[in-house]
Ligand binder design. Structure first.
Ligand code: NAI
Ligand code: MG
Length: 352
């Protein structure tokens, strides 16, 4: 029997390419640290939807539940509306497995040029704790009076004390561990119900963490300041929507979508967590063999850290950092190089 059994959903577009490439590094690292990983692939995604009308089977969550963790490539297809792919696969897993922490590190690696002037490797290093089960992505709403000129849409956001408290607490814990500042992102000036409620939770939980300094910032100012002063952030905590938007900004200022990893974490024992690159299915480059596999590799690193395999996690992370710091190493075009996915992974395997 293997030490770990991992469910793998390669998904759509470049998802399968970055998944299979990154799996090669997993085999290398497991060998090196003396444990075994068995992966089981699930062919869920838009091909299945176009074939059979559903992104995953009805008992999909039950089938995933028995695994130690889930790895996902990406979903999304130009011929299928994005709300179908998101609501058919990703959101049901995040919510159904109560993966309430979406953890997204944003690191400017040595050797990577930020599009922002004046930053060097290590200057930018923050992590976003995004609420992942409620907020603006709650499935509450509807449409009325279709076809009339008074057609109406209602979409409600859901903020519970428990849901807010647990993500805020996770962020305070992270800030404590990093001996850093916690930045709470809201829009309390305009959204005087949900976001002032969020502020109240931050104030109450913050009483338990007197050593953590708390900064409050409005989301529009955060979008600006992640570009103006990204080096000053450490841990950010934000709602589902705000965290989603800001982490794309974070991915860009640290070099590329192709370098941004992510974990959807259920910290308890009840359900598996799911790890995935932040990027989507990238239909503009699919099939060209140039997808950057490093966001996927870094996501596996987060997966192993979550399983307690800290050495393997560090080895994967450091191999990526080494490669990026090495000006002669192969790079994909998103990082200014002309190498393909395969060459990048072969080089990583050597480093491991
Ligand atoms: P995207 O992340 O797929 O692509 C944005 C840009 O970044 C594109 O120019 C793409 O070529 C580039 N890019 C992304 N990943 C890359 C990589 N590994 N290497 C090199 N370049 C990379 O976002 P977009 O275009 O907004 O969405 C495309 C599809 O993906 C849509 O259907 C969307 O719904 C879906 N999507 C899925 C996500 C997921 O599975 N978690 C997340 C974001 C989008
Ligand atoms: Mg996003």
């Amino acid at each position: 029997m293997s030490d770990y059994s991992i469910a793998v959903i390669p998904g759509d577009g470049i998802g399968p390419a970055v998944t299979s490439a990154s799996e090669e590094t997993v085999a290398a690292v497991a060998d090196r640290f003396g444990f075994s990983v068995e992966t089981t692939a699930f062919d869920w995604g838009t091909e299945r939807y176009l074939d059979r009308g559903a992104m995953m089977p009805d008992d999909g969550l039950d089938r995933l539940a028995e695994f130690d963790a889930v790895f996902l490539g990406a979903v999304g297809h130009p011929d299928v509306p994005d709300h179908v792919t998101l609501h058919g696969l990703l959101l049901p897993i995040r919510k159904g497995f109560d993966q309430y922490i979406c953890k997204r590190p944003n690191v400017l690696f040595d050797g990577i040029e930020s599009p922002l002037r004046g930053y060097e490797g290590g200057d930018i290093d923050f992590v976003v704790y995004r609420e992942n089960t409620e907020g603006e992505y709650a499935d509450i709403g509807g449409r009325e009076h279709a076809g009339f000129d008074h057609e109406t849409a209602v979409q409600s956001a859901l903020f519970t004390w428990r849901g807010t408290e647990r993500i805020v607490r996770a962020a305070f814990e992270a800030a404590t561990e990093r001996a850093g500042t916690l930045t709470s992102v809201t829009k309390s000036n305009a959204q005087a119900h949900s976001m002032v409620f969020w502020d109240d939770v931050v104030a109450e939980v913050g009483e338990e963490y007197p050593e953590v300094s708390v900064e409050r910032i409005l989301v529009d100012a955060a979008a600006m300041d992640l570009i103006r002063r990204p080096d000053e952030f450490d841990v950010l905590v934000a709602s589902n929507l705000f965290g989603d938007v800001l982490t794309d900004v974070g991915a860009q200022v640290t070099g590329s979508m192709g370098l941004a990893p992510s974990g959807n974490i259920h910290p308890g024992e009840a359900y598996p967590s799911m790890f995935e690159p932040v990027h989507g299915s990238a239909p503009d480059i699919v099939g060209e063999g140039v997808a950057n596999p490093l966001a996927a590799v870094l996501s596996w690193s987060m997966l192993f850290e979550d399983l307690g395999e800290d050495d393997a996690a560090a080895a994967l992370w450091n191999a990526v950092a080494d490669q990026l710091a090495d000006a002669s190493a192969p790079r994909t075009p998103d990082l200014g190089g002309d190498a393909g996915t395969e060459a990048v992974v072969a080089d990583l395997r050597d480093r491991l």
